[in-house]
Design a protein around this ligand. Structure first.
Ligand code: NAI
Length: 284
């Protein structure tokens, strides 16, 4: 979709990090922006920031893990702007821990936001976007963790691999229908955001259970990560040129290549870990 000015974008997880970066980038393009997030006060700050630049922005506090909340978001967006052209299913949370130790609550939370949030976005918006007959683009945020399998973050990995295949599947279905809607899956490498503080949005009834070693390592890595505003610019460019796989870091390709090689060679994904264990330098 080449022309963005005057069109309408919906961004979930817009109150922080990558979502805020995308919202800012869309507003700079002259788009009208619907901002959704579970944190109303942070969301209002972003709305006010965009409004101060002259952009038209609507803030809708939402919980993407709940179908009725996302449906209400779609109703508000269409009520206010009459159309949606770009949908960014971006809200996400991070949860760490060894596969068999992650609690059922960890699994439910991370899959509820990261996977069901995307499913809800697609179910509430895509039929309306198809019915409008106007050009559209759906960008769902997966991760580098949706392309390879890193130890210590099973629930997160599962949710992100799911978003990749969901996007690949839907792109084919829309193309087969001749719909004017394109699809992208955003796979960021390390980005300097608040994702390691995801617990701030964890429902209190789910308690806490975190692998603090993984969290600490990740926090250090993300502090040196890409600026989320840069991701916003990359997404705008990718929508313009209909790029499906949006990889923010070149070295993610090396990981994909390595994984595919292991699969094609009938290899063992844990071989490297076994070697490190034998030499006494294992990680997790
Ligand atoms: P962030 O924590 O800065 O932003 C995430 C936003 O999602 C927050 O504003 C939060 O309030 C919102 N959110 C959380 N639960 C929600 C819910 N149930 N309903 C609605 N909103 C909710 O983190 P970041 O990094 O900007 O995360 C955005 C996406 O990028 C996530 O899907 C994350 O998994 C993904 N990602 C991030 C990477 C990074 O290095 N920061 C790398 C790869 C992927």
């Amino acid at each position: 979709m080449d022309q963005l000015a005057g069109r309408v974008a919906v961004v979930t997880g817009a109150a922080s990090g990558i979502g805020r970066g995308m919202a800012r980038a869309f507003a700079r393009e002259g788009m009208r922006v619907v901002l959704a997030d579970i944190e109303p006060s942070a969301l209002e700050l972003v709305r006010a920031e965009l409004a101060a630049t002259g952009a038209e922005a609507l803030a809708v506090p939402s919980d993407v893990s709940k179908a009725e909340s996302v449906e209400a978001l779609a109703e508000r967006a269409y009520q206010r702007f009459g159309a949606v052209h770009v949908l960014c299913n971006n809200a996400g949370v991070f949860s760490s821990g060894v596969t068999w130790e992650q609690t059922l609550e960890d699994w439910r939370w991370v899959l509820g936001v990261n996977l069901w949030g995307v499913v809800h976005g697609i179910r509430s918006f895509v039929p309306r976007m198809i019915a409008s007959g106007e050009p559209g683009h759906v960008v769902s945020t997966a991760s580098g963790a949706g392309l390879v399998s890193l130890a210590g973050t099973a629930g997160y990995n599962v949710s992100k691999h799911a978003v990749v295949t969901l996007s690949e599947t839907m792109a084919q279905e829309l193309a087969a229908r001749g719909a004017a809607i394109r699809v992208s899956v955003l796979c960021p490498g390390p980005i300097n955001t608040c994702i390691t503080r995801s617990d701030r949005n964890r429902p209190s009834e789910l308690g806490t259970s975190r692998d603090t070693r993984t969290d600490e390592k990740l926090r250090e890595m993300l502090e040196h990560g890409m600026d989320p505003d840069q991701v916003g610019r990359i997404v705008v460019e990718s929508i313009r040129c209909d790029r499906f796989y949006i990889l923010t870091h070149e070295d993610l390709r090396t990981g994909v290549e390595r994984r595919m090689r292991v699969i094609l060679d009938d290899g063992d994904p844990a071989a490297g870990r076994r070697q490190k264990k034998r030499s006494g330098s294992e990680g997790f």
